[in-house]
Design a protein around this ligand. Structure first.
Ligand SMILES: NC(=O)C1=CN([C@@H]2O[C@H](COP(=O)(O)OP(=O)(O)OC[C@H]3O[C@@H](n4cnc5c(N)ncnc54)[C@H](O)[C@@H]3O)[C@@H](O)[C@H]2O)C=CC1
Ligand SMILES: NCC(=O)COP(=O)(O)O
Length: 340
């Protein structure tokens, strides 16, 4: 088997969320969308029940990695991982957490061992996994831990939301807003920007990426009058980055860096906290933005949205962001292969 025919590994996500729905819908339109082949890792029975709920006629075939690409024209290839619990669309349950986590672990193992090309994850509900004792804020940190355990090396994962109109990176991710100033350091800003610059070149082909760095405070601190972090942390970090040859500039007032003309001046916005990055990303492209994890030894993408429990089994969930995630993983994998 050559790399060109390896499938992407798609984890089921929370099986009571919209992951099964959007996987079925994307698969149903695979020819028109020119979708790369993917191997769904999860519970085939959940998919069959969901297809019936959605009134879709989809062939589902249990297989391993080797058989997936050839099957893709005729049936949705599934690496079976039974959930071992009753799964009801729109009704999350802690008993499903084990299957949710196992699917992510399997997708990573397969990709690190070269049997699949990239990891694409369907959404998980953080609160359900926390209730089950999951020790990570989300996929992003869990994936870095899995990579570290598999390779014996540490990895710093970086979240990037990427769409046709904006790429945006939060330096701090899933922490309470009151903890953001304390969690931000000059080193964390420098490290995040270095990873972003390196991966935009190695994974996306941008030779000299331009990084626009947001301030933390209103008006980027107004010269220190409205908060000191912009002058004390961000400005020194930017000096270090420019000394290292990285085109990073700021700190920019965050309220004026996302309008149409402002966005032409940079390739990625580096933001100080989750909502500073994800609000503009989702406002400018909820249906076509992708959540990418940078800094890992494998490719990982995901739709930008969550489990949308209220839509599971209704036929109202749109599959576009998952389609964008599959296509981005495919393009990144082909770009990496062409460079080697
Ligand atoms: N990558 C991941 O695993 C992510 C997981 N989440 C998790 O999802 C759960 C629900 O989070 P929410 O904040 O409610 O965000 P959400 O993205 O699930 O839903 C937000 C709104 O967008 C709608 N929506 C979401 N996806 C849609 C789609 N494909 N088509 C049409 N409408 C869609 C929902 O119905 C809702 O009105 C949380 O537990 C959160 O942790 C949230 C974001 C990403
Ligand atoms: N808000 C983004 C999100 O929740 C996705 O996080 P992750 O599971 O990809 O780490």
């Amino acid at each position: 088997m050559t790399d060109a025919v390896l499938p992407l590994a798609l984890s089921q996500g929370d099986p009571s969320g919209i992951g099964p729905d959007i996987a079925l819908q994307a698969f149903a339109h695979r020819a028109a969308l020119d979708l790369p082949a993917f191997l769904y890792i999860g519970d085939p029975e959940v998919l069959k029940v969901r297809a019936r709920q959605l009134d879709m006629s989809v062939s589902i075939a249990e297989t391993d990695c080797e058989g997936a690409t050839a099957l893709f024209a005729d049936a949705l290839p599934v690496l079976p991982l039974p959930t071992g619990s009753d799964v009801l669309a729109g009704k999350p349950h802690v008993a499903n957490a084990r299957g949710t986590i196992a699917a992510i672990e399997t997708a990573v193992q397969l990709t690190l061992s070269g049997k699949t090309r990239a990891v694409v994850t369907n959404p998980i509900a953080k609160s359900v996994l926390y209730e089950a004792g999951f020790g990570f804020p989300g996929h992003t940190e869990f994936l870095a831990d899995l990579a570290a355990r598999a390779t014996g090396q540490p990895f710093v994962p970086v979240m990037m939301l990427a769409g046709p109109k904006l790429r945006a990176v939060p330096v701090t991710i899933h922490i309470p807003i009151k903890d953001v100033p304390g969690a931000l350091t000059e080193d964390s800003i420098v490290e995040t920007c270095r990873i972003v610059a390196a991966d935009l070149t190695s994974r996306f082909g941008l030779a000299h990426p331009r990084l626009a760095v947001a301030g933390l405070n209103p008006h980027a601190g107004e010269g220190g009058a409205i908060g000191t972090e912009d002058e004390d942390l961000i400005r020194p970090a930017l000096r270090r980055l420019r000394d290292a040859g990285i085109d990073a500039f700021g700190p920019l007032p965050a309220d004026t860096m996302f309008h149409d003309e402002a966005r032409t001046r940079y390739d990625v916005a580096i933001c100080m906290y989750h909502d500073q990055a994800l609000i503009p990303a989702k406002a400018l492209g909820f249906d076509d933005s992708v959540n990418v994890t940078l800094g890992l030894p494998f490719i990982r993408t995901s739709p930008d949205h969550g489990t949308a429990f209220g839509l599971a089994g209704t036929g109202l969930a749109r599959e576009q962001s998952l389609v964008a995630a599959l296509k981005m993983a495919d393009a990144m994998s082909r770009f990496s292969k062409d460079r080697t």
